[in-house]
Design a protein around this ligand. Structure first.
Ligand SMILES: [Zn+2]
Length: 451
């Protein structure tokens, strides 16, 4: 790990010309590129000599055996569930009923804030610079998410939950509209409906239309596990994704979490309506019944990101899990030893996730004009020595321990895994006490007792 104090000092400057040995571009890792960061943006990205010529007053910051890469985008998170962790281990599907709803119900405004700050820190440490939150159940949750993500310095796509039973249609939509009007740098409001059955058909269509009009996304959990598919069939004679389609809620504004259990016709629905999917590769083995047919969806042209679903926030392990899932679920049976070849998973974890979250013109790529959301990665490690295919090696061999620094909107937020402007260990000490009290208060019901 690079412990260079002058580098840390240099990274605090507002204007920088990076000359890393490697830069991760949408086309893959490249050598010999220069990246100029100014005013929180990638002001210039190109061959180093050209970038230097356009910025003659800036001395290049030469970074041998270092990669500058886009920060990861978590396309599906639950920021207020970070106190739960192993409480959900071993539980069958529909954990929200027995663990998450009771836990979130026991959180007061301060413990909600701590929960989100902890989740934000975990995300930044795992290389994430953007998190999409799929909707909080507590009324104080949105304020907690706003305060804690701002202080931690992570870009956030929060969502206003539009679940309804038809009695407050207009009031819910009016509140949603007010929420969407609160966009600011680093804060990109969206809408959510937990699952299709949690809202009326009228609300599904209206919320989707409102999200489209506002240029944001409507986040919905769809076809996650057998329990949810069968419940939808019993209630509506439609599978969840068919239900969304029947309610006119599908479109480019739809960001659908999971989609692990899809019929061929449903895959075509996703493609034909240009809907985006957050593939959640750790959630599948931890609490699902199936693995999403990711490579097939990608081949069909479905827009894909990767999400943690609050399981664990490590961008490298997430990509590794995605590739392994694909291999175990599909590649081995069909003799497909390539399974995306590394590039698919890197793209989904960065540019794909940003695009799925409606932020394709904001973040996700090292490209002139986009927000300077990036990581510096130490490549001087035995695991990447020698290196033959750096893109695939990032998926299979790299680790968050290699992250030297994390930058959001050009500002350094972490240096060697820890915040540069707030005391993370003091926050964690408080979390240990507060989480104990919250969990003791919560009527959590674990159905699977550990042996
Ligand atoms: Zn979820």
């Amino acid at each position: 790990m690079n412990t260079n104090a002058p580098l840390r000092e240099a990274l605090a400057r507002d204007e920088l010309l990076f000359a890393p040995e490697w830069t991760l571009l949408p086309t893959g890792p490249k050598t010999g590129w220069g990246v100029c960061v100014r005013g929180g943006r990638f002001a210039d990205v190109g061959p180093l000599a050209e970038v230097m010529a356009r910025a003659p007053t800036l001395a290049p910051l030469t970074l041998p055996l270092t990669m500058l890469m886009p920060g990861f985008v978590d396309a599906h998170h639950h920021l207020t569930q970070s106190f739960g962790k192993a409480l959900a281990f071993g539980e069958p599907s529909e954990i929200f009923r027995r663990i998450w709803v009771p836990l979130e119900g026991s959180l007061d405004p301060h413990s909600l804030y701590l929960s989100v700050k902890l989740a934000s820190l975990e995300a930044l440490r795992g290389g994430y610079t953007t998190v999409c939150d799929a909707g909080v159940r507590s009324s104080h949750g949105l304020e907690a998410i706003a305060a804690a993500t701002r202080e931690a310095g992570i870009r956030c796509v929060p969502s206003f939950v539009c679940n309804d039973d038809g009695t407050a249609h207009d009031a819910t939509l009016a509140a949603a509209e007010r929420f969407l009007a609160q966009a600011s740098p680093g804060w990109h409001p969206s809408l959510a409906i937990s699952i299709p059955e949690a809202a009326t058909d009228a609300m599904l269509g209206a919320a989707s239309a409102l999200a489209a009009e506002a240029g944001t996304v409507l986040q919905v959990h769809v076809n996650e596990h057998l329990a949810s598919v069968e419940r939808s069939l019993v209630a509506r004679s439609l599978r969840p994704l068919q239900h969304l389609h029947a309610s006119r809620a599908l479109g480019p504004q739809a960001l659908l979490a999971h989609c692990t259990m899809l019929t061929p016709a449903e895959m075509l629905l996703l493609r034909d309506h240009d809907a985006a999917v957050s593939i959640n590769p750790v959630a599948s083995p931890w609490k699902g019944n199936a693995v999403a047919p990711t490579e097939l969806l990608a081949a069909l042209g479905v827009r894909l990101g990767l999400g943690t679903d609050g399981t664990r926030s490590d961008g490298f392990r997430m990509m590794d899990a995605a590739e392994s899932n694909q291999r175990l679920g599909y590649g081995m049976a069909s003799g497909d030893a390539v399974c995306g070849g590394g590039r698919l998973w890197l793209t989904m974890a960065t540019a794909g996730g940003a695009e799925a979250a409606g932020l394709g013109r904001v973040t996700g790529r090292v490209e002139t004009g986009l927000s300077a959301d990036f990581l510096l990665l130490d490549l001087d490690v035995p695991e990447l020595t020698p290196s033959w295919d750096l893109g695939w090696e990032l998926v299979r061999l790299a680790s968050r321990d290699q992250v030297i620094s994390v930058h959001v909107e050009g500002q350094m937020r972490l240096w060697q895994g820890w915040p540069v402007d707030w005391d993370a260990r003091a926050m964690m000490a408080e979390v240990r006490t507060v989480a104990q009290q919250s969990v003791t208060r919560a009527p959590i019901h674990k159905v699977h007792q550990l042996p």
